[in-house]
Ligand binder design. Sequence first.
Ligand code: SF4
Length: 87
Amino acid sequence: MTRDCFDRSRRRVMRAVVTGIPAAVLLWSSRTEASDKMTQKQAEYRDTPDGIYSCGMCTLFVKPNACKVVEGEISRDGWCKAFALLD
Ligand code: SF4
């Protein structure tokens, strides 16, 4: 193996490392964000209120249609077992 051939191989390896690390970090970060919230099934979310209590009255509700702890689209008229009443 000549010195020139060795330098080209080393450049290829370095290029793969430089471009591969950001891709791996982005993939890991997107997986972490996805797993931070419960699924609607885990939270036993439903589109209807529980008596007088609904997502619109919950401290975890994020206007207009999201939640800090449950993933997906959330109705202000919905409810789940993580409900936390506003003060
Ligand atoms: S009740 Fe609260 S925690 Fe549950 S989905 Fe609605 S806003 Fe999120």
